[in-house]
Each structure stands twice: as structure tokens, then as C-alpha cells.
Design a protein around this ligand. Sequence first.
Ligand SMILES: NC(=O)c1ccc[n+]([C@@H]2O[C@H](COP(=O)([O-])OP(=O)(O)OC[C@H]3O[C@@H](n4cnc5c(N)ncnc54)[C@H](O)[C@@H]3O)[C@@H](O)[C@H]2O)c1
Length: 451
Amino acid sequence: MKLTIIGTGYVGLVTGACFSEMGSHVTCVDIDEEKINNLKNGILPIYEPGLEQIVIQNFKEGTLEFSTNLAKAAKDCSLFFIAVGTPPGDDGSADLQYVLQVAQQIGQNITDYAVIVDKSTVPVGTADRVRAVIEQELEKRHVDIEFDVVSNPEFLKEGSAVDDFLKPDRIIVGADSKKAINMMRRLYAPFSRNRDKMLFMNVRDAEMTKYAANSMLATKISFMNEISNICDRLGVDVENVRKGIGSDSRIGYSFIYPGCGYGGSCFPKDVKALIKTAKDAGFEPTLLDSVEARNNKQKRVLGNKVIDRFGKDLTGKLFCVWGLSFKPGTDDMREASSLVLMEALIQAGGKIQAYDPIAMNQAKKEMPKDWIAKGHVTLAQDQYQALENTDALLLVTEWKTFRQPDFTQMIQKMKQPVIFDGRNQYDPSEVKEIGFEYHGIGREAFHIADI
Ligand SMILES: NC(=O)c1ccc[n+]([C@@H]2O[C@H](COP(=O)([O-])OP(=O)(O)OC[C@H]3O[C@@H](n4cnc5c(N)ncnc54)[C@H](O)[C@@H]3O)[C@@H](O)[C@H]2O)c1
């Protein structure tokens, strides 16, 4: 099948690469010329395990193309995926300007029956708006071309995006035309071989499903973070509580790890957008409001622990931050907890030596320019160099390389052997035996017991 994917970011690039891997002919279109030129030269805009190989391979074979010219890509194409960003607007709603711009361009360029697929995460009712924009453009052209708009939300996780796309748990398709359903069924057949993973529903139901899924996962995280704060105050180790409740099959182990808040390009904005949608529809979403509020506060918990320990004035103190991306496996820094933490330390007068295995370049772009220029933050060459002469280690992103570090080497490099474990990666008894003071999330029992 011949497809055009519009928007070559995380979702667009992974979607395009994976469809071409399965034999479709794909053109990935973007307005960012530098991104498209780089892709043609084998330089990817993002880090994602396994992606580079399939992009380069399929590009060489000619089944994956990159272009800034939608009009050219649209020739003889009957499947268009909209995969542009839907960032939060000032009021929290999803900003649909990019989606609607693309709809307009599609309306200006289709020549025959086409299925337009909303892959971007968009609020309920967006497919109707996309349809209306395309109809307007066709009217302007005085042509009568049949088309359908379908919702096909994406559930890939950054850090395992290729794997998730190639082996999805489910493929949600919201469609109300038989012709469109058949095209989607054919397109996704290679991803649905071992069992039927396709779930067909109304367009609005599919749009809502994506927001409900992300909000549910964000709720689990915020719930566990709430519990961890209560544990901190009661001398309870939240890690035992986590195992105790996760073993209940109705609860399960996933998404109940306490930490320093969720970030990334999806959970924060999607929870916000659903809150706005609910309010616009006349409903007060009190639970979702709390999920968001807990997360905003949770990003401050690690910094508050540092201030509790070292005092409000951190002048003269040097901190090592391990992990900058919003989660392991990606260089994505959007809404990363590390940014909130570093800001709090800098405001209190502290300095930082930071290290991330992948996100250092991205960090340079996302951090305020003066952090490095004024010497508030230094980016280290490796994780042990980042520890040199520091008063404490702050673990923010649980990359594998941080999970079982060389504690003996660490203690030699640090000025003070203090660990703030923002992702509860270490065994408090083990690190204490080596000589560290340990602070986890919801594990102050270990510290309190020490005093
Ligand atoms: N990142 C994720 O993990 C993920 C997962 C599931 C769903 N989503 C959703 O998918 C959508 C895209 O997210 P993303 O993370 O891939 O965004 P992104 O910011 O990485 O990429 C968006 C791309 O669209 C391009 N673009 C903007 N306007 C354009 C236009 N008119 N024509 C062509 N290209 C244009 C931008 O240049 C950019 O390259 C969002 O709605 C997001 O919520 C993201």
C-alpha cells in the first residue's frame, strides 16, 4: 500500500519506518527541512532503540522516502496519516492548529478516494473538524472527491517505540465507513498475525480511548506517589507496600513505581487536555485535577528532601544528577523531572554536575541557556566524573547503567556520601553498609531509623 505520513517526529517516523518494514511504500513528510535532509543522510532526529537500522535499510531499498513536499507525496496516495504535534495551549486544551493545517493541505491535494487517519492524540470531535476543513477545501476546488476520516490513536512508548509498534497490544480504529475499515484492516494485517488485535469502534470512542489510557496510567503513578509521601511520614518503606499491592492481580505491578513524577510529551499534556475537555462539557474532573496537582508537587519532592537535609541555602554545595531524560531509553527532555529539580537546586544557590547516557545534547537545548554559561550546571563526560567532589548524588532517571554502579568508586569520588534515590533503585541496607546516607522516595523510614 502507498501511504503518506505527515509529521516526522516520534510517532510519524516510527509509524513510517514500521509500515515500510512491513512492505508498504511510505513517504514521511515534514515542514522541517533540516530534519528531512538529515534523514535522507541517515541522521535521525531522535534516539529510539532499533529505529536507525530500519530507517536506513528501508530508505536504501526505496520503500521509505522523506520529503517536504506534501503535494508531490499525495499523488496516487490513498492513505494519509496525520502525526503532527498537539501541544497544550494556554488553557490546557490540545492545540489543533497543526492538525487542521495538515487537513487543509490534504484537502488541497487529494485526487481520488482517500482515507485520512488521525494518528496524533486529539480530543473527541477532532475528526469532525478535520472532515469539515477537507470538505471546505474540496468545495474551493469545485471537486467532489470521496474521503473518510479515521481515528487510529498511537500507544507506543518512547524507549521501546519500534517494538511497541511492531508488536502492539491492540490496534484501535475508530471509523464509520466499511471502505475505510477494510483499508485499515489490510494495512495492519502484518501486525495482527498471531491474534486479531484490531478493535473497531466509533470515531469519537477511539479518540476518547487514547486519553482514557494515558490518564489511567498517570493516575496509577500519581496514586503511588501519594502513598509514598504518606509512607515517608509514617516510617513505612513504600517498596514493601508496592510489592504487597502489586501481587494482587487486580492491581498488578506496572505503573506503581513511586518516583519524582511523570514527564514526557504525552502524560502531562493529555491529562491537561482531558481535564479541559471535561470542563468544557460541564463536568468537574476532580480526580484528574488531583492527578495533575500531585505530579506537579512530586517533581519537587527530591529537591525538598535535599533542602531538608542541607538547609535552604545551598551555596557552596555541589550535586551530582544522574539521568536527565524524562525516562530511560529516550533522549526526550520534554517536561522532564530533572529540569524542575535542577531549577530548585540552582535557585537555592547549589551547583550541579550532570550526566545522562543519551540525552546530553538534548539537555543542552532544553536547559535555560545561562545554566551552563553561568556555571550552575556542568555536563560531565561519564557518570563517575559527575560524582567528583559532590555533596550528594541525585538519581533522577533509572538508566540501566545507574542501577548497579561501583559504590566503592563512588564513595571515593564524593565529598559526602549521600544518595537521594529519586527512583528507588538501590537497596538501602546495601548502600548504608558501604557508608552512604540514603534517602529514597517513600523510604525515609531508613533515614529516620538511622538518626
Ligand atoms: N511521543 C510519543 O511517545 C507519542 C505517543 C503516542 C501519541 N503521541 C501523539 O502523537 C502526536 C505527535 O507526537 P510526536 O511526539 O511525534 O511529536 P513531535 O513534536 O516529535 O513531531 C511532530 C512533527 O510534526 C511536524 N509538523 C508540524 N506541522 C507540520 C505540517 N504542517 N506538515 C508537516 N509536518 C509538520 C514537526 O516539524 C515535527 O517534526 C501528538 O499528538 C502526540 O500526543 C505521541
